[in-house]
Design a protein around this ligand. Structure first.
Ligand SMILES: NC(=O)CC[C@H](N)C(=O)O
Length: 191
């Protein structure tokens, strides 16, 4: 069986992730139901709105199955809202905001503040030879990392790309660019 990477398709920039993965030659499927989650070797959690996505995860009966797969070692890659969903702890979340969890970090939602709600920058990422063109849109940053977490990139003195075992998360949106190198890192993690 060839490797298949799922893109969580409840809300957010699903199409951009699918396109980026397909450009890398990876078989990709949209995941909306638990049966679809069972079929994939890894999962991308897109950017969008983390509170909405968390609510939809519960509505679609995906929250517990997804927690179980992540606990079982399935690779997952979250961008922006997806990073928030993977985080164990959220600051400035909506009241009672749930996450999927698994990544031993504390993130702050909308961390970069009003003036720089959205910005782009050339960002050095560990493991990549040249900087990536990083697009931040009402992005979170990471405020605390557990001992097993590697920080791969820093902006405004805070981690904005992290990895822990099979989990990868970025505050920015590599899927809105044609670069593909960050997704390739994830594809290699899926194996
Ligand atoms: N571009 C994004 O994914 C923004 C994330 C959004 N601010 C949230 O809290 O979910």
């Amino acid at each position: 069986m060839p490797t298949t990477i799922g893109v969580l398709a409840l809300q957010g920039d699903v199409r951009e992730h699918v396109r980026t993965l397909e450009d890398l030659g990876v078989a990709t499927t949209r995941v909306r139901r638990p049966e679809e989650l069972e079929q994939v070797d890894g999962l991308v959690l897109p950017g969008g709105e983390s509170t909405t996505m968390a609510r939809l995860l519960r509505t679609f009966g995906l929250l517990e199955p997804l927690r179980a797969r992540i606990a079982g070692g399935m690779p997952a890659f979250g961008t922006c809202a997806g990073m928030i969903l993977l985080a164990d702890r959220v600051r400035d979340g909506a009241a009672g905001q749930e996450t999927v969890g698994g990544l031993d970090v504390t993130v702050r939602r909308n961390a970069f503040g009003r003036q720089v709600d959205s910005f782009e920058t050339a960002l050095a990422v560990d493991g990549l030879a040249d900087p990536v063109h990083a697009v931040f849109i009402r992005a979170p940053w990471v405020e605390e990392v557990g001992p097993g977490v590697d920080v791969l990139a820093v902006a405004a003195d805070h981690p904005v790309a992290v990895r822990q075992d099979a989990l990868l998360a970025t505050s920015f949106h590599p899927e809105v660019d044609t670069d593909g190198r960050v997704h390739r890192m994830f594809v290699e993690m899926v194996g």
